[in-house]
Design a binder for this molecule. Sequence first.
Ligand code: ZN
Length: 274
Amino acid sequence: MLVDCHAHLDPFSDGDVSQILDRAHAAGVGAVISAGTTVESSARSVELSARFPALFSGVGIHPMDIREPFDDSAAERLRSLATSTAKVVVFSEIGLDFMEGAPDRAVQYDAFRQQIRLARDLKLPIVFHSRESHDEVIRVLREERAYEVGGAMHYFQADAPTARKAIDLGFYISLARPLLRLPHLQEVAAGLPLESIVLESDAAPQPFKSKRESWTEPRHVKTVAVKLAELHARPVEEIVEVTTANVRALLGERWEAVETYVSSRSATRADSGP
Ligand SMILES: [Zn+2]
C-alpha cells in the first residue's frame, strides 16, 4: 500500500471524495492525508476524514491564507479540531511563502511559530510548506525545536543542500508529480537516501485544466513511485514498501490510526460511503 502524505480534498464534494479515494485504492494508494489551509478548511477536512476510512487529516493555516494575525481563537479552534479524533495525524499545512503578493511576512512568521508550538504541544508531526523561503523555514523549525515532532518538507522541488538540511533536522522529503518532469529534481531525488523519502499528490481542484481526468489526484502517487523506482534502479515494490515504512516512522504513534481504519475499510466497504 502507498500513502499520499499530502493532498487537499476538502474543496471536493463528499461524492467526489468517495470516487477519488476509490481511484486511489485501485492504484494501490490505500491512505490519504488531507491538509487544511484555513480553520474552516481544516474543519471540513476533519469532517471528511470521519466519513472515509482511508482518509486522514491535518489541521493548520497555510502561509498564503494568513490574512490576519494568528490569534488565540484560531489556536483554540485548531487545537479542538486536532484533538477531536484520532484521524488527525499531522499539523499541516503551515510554513512560509515569500512569493510576490504573499501575506505580510511578520504575520507569516508569527503564525508559523505559533503553529509549530501547537503541533509540539499536541505531539503532531508537521508537514510544511516552503516557497522561496527555504533557509528561513529551516531556521524557524530549528529555533522552535520542530524536530521534536518531525514531519516532512512537502512538494519538494529544491536543491540537494536544502534536502540535506531538512533531513538533518529530522524531516522527510516529500516528492510529488514535479518529479516526472523536472530534470534537476530527478537528479536530486536520485541522490537522496530512500529512507528519507515520502510521497504525495498535493491534489486539489484544478479547474484551469480542461479535462477532469488530467487533474492531479492521490492515485498519481503511484506514478511518482514508479519514477522514483526508475531513478534508483530499484523495483517499484521496494519503493512502495520503503516509502510507506517512512510514513509509519514519520507518524510514530499516530500510525496506529492508519492501521486501524485502513484495515476496517475492506470490512465496511460494501455498505460504507455516501
Ligand atoms: Zn498543499
